[in-house]
Design a binder for this molecule. Structure first.
Ligand code: SAH
Length: 339
């Protein structure tokens, strides 16, 4: 079994089940994460019997680097998994530190009309070791400490909820990846029941929601998920989340020319979220060759921004970091994949 496919609790149970002690898990975790030792025979405070057991039953396996595309603001990595499937992640160098955007699935089934990831459909969920493996791999490749993680790469994290819960546990565990809860953000297209479950976890992990439209008519057109979960239901779930956690929700809004970027849309969006603990992140659309959709021009984006501001909505315009790479959102994998 792959060591990276265990949370601390799971490792403890596994060892106990096999006649070892709970604290052995902490010892092993310390060797791996603190001292960078992945050879059980070198773990000098473990018994011979335990080392033998581990050598027989456990291994360390991480994704392998296939391509790294580098630019001044962001690096993009295509990683190969054990079964040959590939995922991508993006490293951004912000003034507050390194931030890594990780994928949650191979492909995606949400079928958003503007998104490259969905064009390739979901092949499978990523396992815990593959989720965590992205962070470990990139840290090792670049020899850096990653300060924050966003689950905004390929895939819908709430469609892989169980592994995302385990991922949160490993990432925020002080003895493991040790990234603070507030430095971890999960982005969902709006799978309503999972938002309630996520709220009930009562972690300090941030939630971002891909809204992209101020009403059902437009959202139905560009996001399939809206057929199942209407904006009203989504907003109710977010109210519940905010009530429960008192954490601010990020509303992601891609600017698509002629579709969701009118003054009326801005006013509607302001009305939708006024008074709520939310802020809007306007995202200039990253055009891809496969869709007709165009990004709104900078003037339009600024105008939309100003209308939200005038309505006292907290809003920022996302700085583009991946545009000159194979862009954000599934494009590296899509380009590398034979179609
Ligand atoms: N499934 C999750 C997380 C992955 S997508 C979600 O929907 O939130 C991460 C973000 O990138 C989402 O807001 C998504 O809508 C956005 N996105 C997808 N394609 C894009 C593109 N071509 N340009 C800009 N943003 C894009």
């Amino acid at each position: 079994m792959n060591f990276y496919d265990f949370t601390q609790e799971e490792l403890e149970n596994y060892l106990i089940e096999n006649g070892f002690k709970k604290y052995n898990a902490t010892q092993i975790i310390q060797w791996v994460y603190e001292h960078n030792v992945t050879d059980f025979s070198m773990m000098s405070n473990l018994s011979k019997k335990l080392i033998e057991f581990l050598n027989k039953n456990m291994f360390f396996k991480l994704p392998k680097l296939v391509i790294a595309e580098k630019s001044e603001l962001a690096n993009k990595y295509l990683l190969e998994l054990i079964d040959g499937n590939r995922v991508e992640c993006v490293l951004m160098n912000h003034d507050y530190g390194y931030s890594l955007c990780v994928s949650s699935q191979v492909g995606c089934n949400m079928g958003c009309s503007f998104c490259e990831s969905g064009r390739l459909k979901k092949v499978r969920d990523l396992t815990l070791d593959e989720l965590v493996g992205q962070i470990i791999c990139v840290s090792k490749i670049e020899n850096i400490r990653i300060d924050s993680v966003v689950v905004m790469g390929i895939g819908e994290p709430f469609d892989n909820f169980n592994n995302i819960k385990r991922f949160i546990s490993v990432v925020t565990n002080n003895k493991m990846i040790a990234i603070g809860q507030r430095h971890l953000t999960i982005s969902t297209c709006g799978i309503v029941p999972k938002i309630y479950e996520f709220a009930d976890l009562e972690t300090g992990v941030n939630l971002a929601v891909s809204l992209h439209a101020p009403n059902n008519e437009i959202r139905d057109r560009i996001m399939k998920v809206n057929h199942g979960f209407k904006i009203e239901k989504l907003m109710e779930a977010l109210d519940y989340y905010i009530n429960k956690t008192n954490r601010r929700v990020t509303i992601e809004y891609i600017m698509l020319e002629g579709i969701n970027d009118s003054d009326k849309c801005a006013e509607e969006l302001a009305n939708l979220i006024r008074g709520k603990l939310m802020y809007v992140n306007l995202i200039p659309y990253n055009e891809t060759t496969h869709f007709e959709l165009k990004r709104s021009n900078n003037f339009k984006i600024k105008r939309f921004y100003d209308i939200l501001k005038k309505n006292n909505i907290n809003v920022t315009i996302r700085k583009e970091m991946g545009g000159n790479l194979s862009a954000a959102c599934g494009q590296l994998r899509a380009n590398a994949e034979k179609e």
